[in-house]
Design a protein around this ligand. Sequence first.
Ligand SMILES: Nc1ncnc2c1ncn2[C@@H]1O[C@H](COP(=O)(O)OP(=O)(O)OP(=O)(O)O)[C@@H](O)[C@H]1O
Ligand SMILES: [Mg+2]
Length: 441
Amino acid sequence: MIESADLTKPDTWFPFARAMKRKIIYHCGPTNSGKTYNALQRYMEAKKGIYCSPLRLLAMEVFDKVNALGVYCSLLTGQEKKHVPFSNHVACTVEMVSTDELYDVAVIDEIQMIADPFRGYAWTRALLGLEADEIHLCGDPSVLNIVRKICSETGDELVENHYERFKPLVVEAKTLLGDLKNVRSGDCVVAFSRREIFEVKLAIEKHTNHRCCVVYGALPPETRRQQANLFNDPDNDYDVLVASDAVGMGLNLNIRRIVFYSLSKYNGDKIVPVPASQVKQIAGRAGRRGSLYPDGLTTTLHLDDLDYLIECLKQPFEEVKKVGLFPFFEQVELFAGQLSNVTFCQLLEKFGENCRLDGSYFLCRHDHIKKIANMLEKVPGLSLEDRFNFCFAPVNIRDPKAMYHLLRFASSYSQNLPVSIAMGVPKGSARNDSELLDPRD
Ligand SMILES: Nc1ncnc2c1ncn2[C@@H]1O[C@H](COP(=O)(O)OP(=O)(O)OP(=O)(O)O)[C@@H](O)[C@H]1O
Ligand SMILES: [Mg+2]
């Protein structure tokens, strides 16, 4: 008989945070209502602050903005580290948060992502574990109740600030009638695969006088920043953006209208409709306060998709009942003591089948972690802890080259050989379309 792993009472996993008297401020409201803006005001006033972002591009936006306002701030993502001398502030992606450092003010942006099936645990860890006197949560109302519950368990004080959209988002019923010739200045066409993004860019540049910038997740950081800046700058010909959902949360770009190229996407398994909450987030990039276009519009390329867009925008926020969780290494190690002759991947599977959770928590999906675990099975001599840590390396598991380099890295490491990453991230930004299309070649 295997004894189950105890994942109950996760609030007790962070004794130092529990010993603090923390004040939590929940900035609650729809997109483009000033939530992040207000949280950042407090962050910038603080002596020492941390901002936790759901997206690398948003961490970068905050890093640029805060430094431009004279507050020294460093950047930390799974992909990029920029240490700014004398900085007491950091803008990071939420997976990179340290729960061992003391802060005056922390901001956890897009807190509703705490219920994300894959990444939710990172928000839970930040919320439960951050050692900050004041923690600002920004997000929609779907997780307000569960945050109330968590705060009553942790004993933290909770203050709620409610917001309304600055300007309503207007749906254009005409659509683009299936023809990309109908794009206009300030449009952002959203597609969900790299192939589609480039088809759209090429078609627009061939059939119209518009020039397009592209933004998608796999672009190297400098190129992504350069493309976003090029689009944002009104003094050049680049007036249309073609992007993936890498622009989907929190970002402030000069977008007048969001045009959905399609409303379905590949989820790693099959083609599914884009969830309503995500459609709302993406559409919310149009018409940002303070941008060139404070009145936001959204539509679809094809008439067939329009009804689904309207339906998504009308849907109320659904209340979340459970938030994501993932064990620490020590918890997996304790459980592993009961099993012998299992691979790390089998161990994770058994752990998943045999863990006890409180009613407000679910165990995050870890298919991607298992994929790395399987690959590293061929590397002998790695300790359980090494395997666990390598499984959280921020590599794109769908990129064979990145996976290959992770394997080489782990192999050298296991043999105590010097490790190096041959696959360096390009220093400059892409110079032409082929570099944009396949940034790693
Ligand atoms: N009081 C303000 N004064 C000036 N500009 C503001 C103010 N509040 C918000 N803004 C600007 O409005 C834009 C949208 O605000 P913000 O990014 O805070 O929205 P949000 O509610 O966080 O939206 P999302 O849910 O999409 O993240 C930003 O460019 C921000 O700088
Ligand atoms: Mg925001």
